[in-house]
Write a protein of this length. Structure first.
Length: 269
């Protein structure tokens, strides 16, 4: 197995992110995958994203593996290109204000679990229902999960341009497949970037010297890390909706403190 340097690894849940990357980066941010709309399309008529399937036995799982069900009204294969080229991003903060959600931390957690269709006691049922009503009424797609969202590519490209970064490396989840790409590949008029050999051809990280943004499984936010030199050139919140990780902050930023306290943590590398 090839060696994967820490500077391009996704941070583990067991260590604070600033501690994990203390030798590589100076600033780390959680970057919100945007909600988005696509002209002429609605989530009810153009189904886009992973299918959620409940199975009760190994036999059901085996049957699904042999004959995966097709969602109703599936989006065409080129839909990521359409999202990138004609879609409009929508910030979480705009949605929060639109539905009248007062508690930002609870809203963030509810969006995350709502997008993944996960039921948990620490979400707000009324807020969850308000999200569904609002997004249905306005044809809004939920934040994409697990990967670099197509809707975010032009935003990320603009930020890279502001940083003076002209070429990046695209990575899959396990950093086994990589592809160098010019920054221009992220521009709005280009097709969505993808990786041969990656699960779903998804891009799970983008790196350059002193820069990394990475996405984990079942997450709707990326983790952006950069050196102080790059940060001084341009702060990410000029282009991306994000929040800084504080000292002692762990990567699973949307989980409440009482939940995180139940996880095994360590203070050493």
């Amino acid at each position: 197995m090839h060696h994967i340097g820490r500077a391009i690894q996704h941070p583990p849940t067991e260590l604070p992110v600033l501690e994990w990357w203390a030798r590589d980066y100076d600033h780390v941010f959680a970057v919100y995958n945007p909600f988005f709309t696509v002209p002429g399309h609605h989530p009810d008529t153009t189904n886009y994203g992973p299918a959620r399937i409940n199975v009760a036995s190994a036999e059901e799982l085996s049957a699904l593996a042999e004959a995966p069900p097709m969602p109703e009204n599936p989006a065409p294969e080129e839909f990521p290109d359409l999202i990138k080229q004609s879609g409009s991003p929508l910030r979480w903060e705009a949605v929060r204000q639109a539905i009248g959600a007062g508690d930002r931390a609870l809203f963030d957690r509810t969006v995350w679990l709502w997008a993944l269709n996960i039921e948990r006691d620490d979400t707000d049922d009324e807020m969850r229902a308000a999200l569904t009503r609002y997004c249905t009424a306005h044809g809004i797609y939920p934040p994409e999960e697990d990967c670099l969202p197509a809707i975010m590519e032009p935003m990320l490209g603009d930020y890279l341009e502001a940083l003076g970064i002209d070429e990046v490396m695209l990575w899959d989840e396990y950093r086994e497949n990589a592809l160098p790409a010019p920054r221009e590949a992220l521009e709005r008029d280009e097709v969505a970037v993808w990786l041969d050999g990656a699960t779903g051809n998804s891009v799970r990280a983008v790196s350059a010297p002193g820069f990394l943004i990475s996405w984990a499984f079942d997450d709707v936010h990326g983790v952006l890390a950069l050196t102080d030199d790059l940060y001084r050139r341009c702060a990410p919140n000029r282009f991306l909706e994000c929040r800084a990780y504080g000292v002692g902050g762990y990567v699973d930023v949307f989980n409440p403190t009482e939940f995180l306290d139940r996880l095994p943590r360590t203070g050493t590398h």
